[in-house]
Design a protein around this ligand. Structure first.
Ligand code: GLY
Ligand code: MN
Ligand code: MN
Length: 454
């Protein structure tokens, strides 16, 4: 494990803590295991913030960062609390790193058994001015903090003072996570390449008479067979009318000739998500109305891609996509120009929302809807007045326009139950954006050719 990147991240965080409070203690715990029933657990997934700072995937661990002033600069030491070695438990649950091996493996200065956390925190918080935690993380985290503070307050007569400042450490970490380094981008490229192959596999296995869950199985096969640890989110395999349900899961609906199948699926690889959507005809050939709406959606995505570059705001790709989608809806008479008067009015009045009800982008990273503020920091401005985030090199976001037409009396029946989304993952570079998920075909003709060549 290359522990240098995690050390560097801890130092970058320590520097910000020093700048804000002149020092302090930061406490970041990983996720807890969750029981499914009796002695069965849900698959364990580490906490992304904790993993970002440690590269450590075991449950039961807490990172404590001690930041002190040393003359004009700061000094930082990392204390890791982790599960102790336990032969009996390791026979059942697997090997543990253990505190003895942790400093060499993870580059932390100190490591202890997690059973010592409460005791040590009482010591580490003594005479510190500031504590950095994730605010309102859980009742258990609040209870522990109260317990540690009580311990320190109990030493008042010995002249020891408890911290008097409480800060949210999450804001610092999330701002760091918004900008991906070369190692992260490379991992995300690999994750997206696996997911793209999974989409191709599903397209090529698709035929009328199969069920949605069978295509989900093909996706999972490609993810795991390629070494991805898990899905980044529950796969959506939505055929026919289901394609218009935004958060549909892969169900048991039979795939029928003449209908579309929308797949939104991405793997998680080495802690990083990918997020791809493709929409294709179950029988391998788009109908006229399907193709018309597909081409509009792809043109909207292309318009958004062209706006995904440094210096533009997060909203500009969305606005570009909206314009193309709304014009397409007017052209296809799904929106009536006679009623709306103009494209601008159709956008202004949100008339398009009936057919396009979500945003075009979100940050992507360790989490599928990744962390990081969507607005610039502008103290004193109300939420609505804060400018949208300016895009910069190192950010990663999805570009995912769609059109969803549900049956209605005032909608041409030829378009009923057509749900289309096209989603790619974009890494922003100085020169523009790189679509890392384009291993999956996206043009209608390419999709048809891919399915034909199965
Ligand atoms: N798969 C979740 C999303 O596209 O936002
Ligand atoms: Mn997405
Ligand atoms: Mn998606």
């Amino acid at each position: 494990m290359n522990n240098k990147i995690y050390q560097e991240r801890r130092h970058a965080l320590a520097k910000q803590i020093y700048a804000k409070s002149g020092g302090g203690i930061a406490v970041i715990s990983t996720a807890t295991e969750v029981a499914r029933n009796r002695d069965s657990e849900f698959p364990y997934r580490h906490d992304s913030d904790f993993f970002y700072l440690t590269g450590f995937e075991e449950p039961g661990a807490t990172l404590v960062m001690e930041v002190k002033s040393s003359g004009k600069d700061y000094k930082h030491q990392a204390h890791l609390f982790c599960r102790p070695k336990d032969i009996e438990r390791e026979i059942w649950d697997g090997i543990r790193l253990g505190p003895e091996a942790a400093p060499a493996a993870l580059g932390v200065e100190f490591a202890y058994s997690n059973q010592e956390l409460d005791h040590k925190l009482g010591e580490l918080l003594a005479d510190q001015d500031a504590v950095y935690i994730r605010l309102a993380e859980s009742a258990e985290a609040d209870r522990r903090l109260r317990h540690w503070m009580k311990k320190v307050r109990g030493q008042a007569r010995a002249g020891i003072n408890p911290p008097s400042e409480l800060h949210d450490v999450e804001a610092f970490i999330h701002e760091m996570r918004l900008f991906k380094d070369a190692h992260e981008i490379e991992t995300m490229r690999r994750a997206a390449a696996i997911s793209a192959r999974a989409h191709i596999r599903a397209m090529q296995m698709c035929k009328p008479g199969l069920h949605e869950y069978q295509l989900e199985a093909e996706l999972l096969h490609e993810f795991r067979n390629s070494g991805a640890q898990s899905v980044a989110y529950n796969s959506i395999v939505a055929s026919g009318a289901n394609s218009c349900i935004l958060h549909y899961r892969a169900g048991s609906t039979e795939l029928r000739s003449g209908e579309l199948c929308l797949i939104d699926a991405g793997c998680e690889l080495d802690g990083y998500a990918s997020d791809i959507t493709r929409t294709f005809p179950v029988n391998g050939k788009f109908t006229g109305p399907q193709r018309a709406l597909y081409d509009i959606t792809l043109a909207a995505q292309e318009a958004a891609v062209a706006m995904t570059k440094p210096g533009n705001t997060f909203m500009q790709p969305h606005e570009a996509a909206l314009k193309v989608l709304t014009q397409g809806l007017l052209d296809e008479k799904l929106l009536k120009l006679s009623e709306l008067g103009s494209l601008e009015n159709a956008i202004e009045t949100s008339a398009y929302r009936r057919f396009y009800m979500h945003r075009t982008s979100h940050w992507l990273g360790m989490d599928v809807h990744d962390v990081g503020s969507y607005r610039e920091q502008s103290d004193g401005l109300s939420k609505e007045d804060k400018p949208w985030r300016v895009l910069k090199s190192g950010m990663v976001m999805t570009i995912e326009p769609g059109l969803y037409v549900r049956p209605a009396d005032d909608v041409d029946e030829a378009f009923w139950n057509i749900g289309i989304r096209i989603e790619d993952d974009a890494v922003i570079h100085d020169s523009g954006c790189e679509l890392i998920s384009r291993g999956a075909p996206v043009k209608a003709d390419e999709i048809e050719a891919t399915m034909k060549n199965a």
